[in-house]
Design a protein around this ligand. Structure first.
Ligand SMILES: Nc1ncnc2c1ncn2[C@@H]1O[C@H](COP(=O)(O)OP(=O)(O)O)[C@@H](O)[C@H]1O
Ligand SMILES: C[C@@](O)(CCOP(=O)(O)OP(=O)(O)O)CC(=O)O
Length: 489
């Protein structure tokens, strides 16, 4: 790409669901999702060829797709191979909705010039094992830091392993938001920000759901839009409406799509969009870290099995869901209390964190009894204990449904992480399985120690990721602020 003047760049973050896996599929329960500094970047500029949209994903081989957009109804893909369904749906449907929302002369003028779109993902979305092996580097966080940001993987996208940070959701959200910004539907200033975010969320939820052919809880898109948050899902009926308005051959993306109706469906004031988002962030000094386990799990089939077990055993399952829901709620409340304390009782908070960071969590109860003046220590202990209870209940869910949510191999590793001084939570994010683990530490020393535990783990290869919490959702970026992007521009 050249001509830097007319670039639109929007980034959207990856996520880790630390509280509320499976339960969040049900609107009666909340989840806590943390957004990360690993992000997807969508770069848009005017194209050189009229009525063509050229999309490039230059970190991967054979990743250039060309779409004919003269007539959106027969949105044709020109080259062989279908490319990513997430990209096709995001572009076709967002352009279709934009065509309903701006003057048709303005739409025709921009689209008439054609568009060039580039998508780039932070390294942590993909497993770096192959890269490290090729460079003869050991599987350590230190080696990972040596790899260029927004690295080229030198393989087709189908050959890289994902780490579960939510690449498809961040990718979809960055494209939807970037197109809305490029066409002036979403504005670059603060006015109407809430409306804009809701429009991006609704559109991205719809595109992501259509591309996947199913509706999940939507927490990943919501995190890509608003960042770290407490999330209650939306009712599935609203997306089902969008499926009904989509009368096309899914694999070819040909056929009649009622964009006028879709534009109404994603309208933020359409009252069926009933998800509830409370933006949040981890309390000060809390450091989210993740590690790639890379044995691989298939989330949809795990979800299917767990839900089938719940349906077949409603009484037992509801008891378990309610117990887990109560523990999740306690953690949500405790984290909020700790954030409040860090603001109103700064010194007490700092003292509590410092003293907890010197000991493993199993000793915090004793510490709390010896320090009755410091309620921060009491709440830290409470989070530690409650999180252990959550893991117990998830293991029960695992055993009952015969789905390896926290498989024994992960249990041993998580227990070893929980023994490190200054670790408050270590668990499986999202659906769990053999993909990844997360750990929340309260000091850099604890992070370094957990990295050592992971790197020296013998039973599996465990590679710490570099992602940390970045609590903001999608952002309009400046070229000079994005590390590693210049080599592609
Ligand atoms: N850089 C990229 N370019 C194009 N498509 C991508 C890119 N990264 C991810 N994808 C798409 O996202 C899919 C992975 O999404 P998904 O299975 O939902 O995993 P995740 O847990 O990371 O969201 C890939 O199969 C691919 O279709
Ligand atoms: C089970 C779930 O509640 C959480 C799954 O979360 P993951 O983070 O594991 O998902 P992927 O991004 O597909 O890997 C299903 C849902 O909420 O949709």
């Amino acid at each position: 790409m050249s001509n830097q003047q007319q670039l639109t760049i929007v980034s959207a973050p990856g996520k880790a669901l630390i509280i509320g896996g499976y339960l969040v599929l049900d609107r009666s329960f909340n989840a806590v999702v943390i957004s990360t500094d690993s992000r997807f970047y969508c770069v848009i500029k005017d194209g050189q060829r009229p009525n063509k949209v050229i999309v490039k994903s230059p970190q991967f081989e054979d990743a250039v797709w060309e779409y004919d957009v003269e007539n959106l109804e027969s949105f044709n893909q020109r080259n062989q191979g279908k490319g990513s369904a997430f990209i096709r749906f995001a572009i076709k449907y967002t352009l279709g909705i934009i065509s309903q929302r701006i003057e048709s002369s303005a739409f025709t003028e921009i689209i008439g010039r054609g568009l060039e779109i580039m998508v780039l993902g932070s390294n942590d979305f993909y497993s770096l094992r192959e890269q490290l092996a090729k460079s003869h580097l050991p599987l350590t966080a230190a080696s990972t830091r040596l790899i260029d940001p927004l690295s080229s993987f030198h393989v087709p996208i189908s050959k890289v392993h994902k780490t579960g940070l939510g690449s498809s959701a961040a990718l979809t959200t960055s494209i939807v938001a970037a197109l809305y910004v490029h066409f002036g539907v979403v504005h670059q200033n603060e006015d109407g920000k809430d409306y804009d975010k809701r429009l991006v969320n609704n559109t991205a939820q719809m595109c992501h759901g259509l591309a996947q052919g199913k509706v999940g809880s939507g927490f990943d898109i919501s995190a890509a839009v608003w960042g770290s948050q407490v999330y209650k899902r939306f009712s599935a009926s609203v997306i089902e409406e969008a499926f009904a308005a989509n009368n096309e051959d899914r694999s070819e993306l040909k056929g009649i799509v009622d964009f006028e109706r879709l534009s109404l469906i994603v309208e933020p004031d359409f009252n069926e969009w009933d998800s509830v988002v409370r933006p949040t962030r981890l309390p000060p000094h809390f450091i989210l870290m993740l590690a790639d386990v890379d044995a691989g799990s298939h989330t949809p089939s795990m979800v299917g099995k767990v839900l089938a077990w719940r349906k077949a055993n409603p009484e037992k399952a509801n008891r378990l869901w309610n117990e887990l829901g109560a523990c999740n709620q306690k953690i949500e409340d405790d984290l909020r209390y700790l954030v409040d304390m860090s603001e109103v009782e700064r010194d007490l908070y700092e003292e509590g964190i410092r003293r907890c960071s010197e000991l493993p969590g199993e000793k915090w109860s004793e510490l709390s009894h010896g320090s009755p003046h410091n309620s921060v220590i009491k709440f830290m202990d409470h989070v530690y204990q409650t999180f252990q209870q959550i893991r117990n209940l998830l293991r029960q869910m695992s055993t009952e449904s015969e789905v390896p949510i926290e498989p024994p191999e992960q249990t041993e590793l998580l227990d070893a992480c929980m023994k490190v001084a200054g670790v408050i939570m270590a668990g499986v994010p999202g659906a769990g399985g053999y993909d990844a683990i997360f750990c929340v530490c309260i000091s850099e020393d604890a992070v370094a120690e957990v990295e050592k535990v992971c790197e020296s783990w013998r039973a599996m290869d465990v590679l710490p990721l570099l992602s940390r919490e970045l609590a903001t959702g999608y952002l309009i970026e400046k070229l000079e602020d994005v590390r590693g992007i210049d080599k592609y521009i």
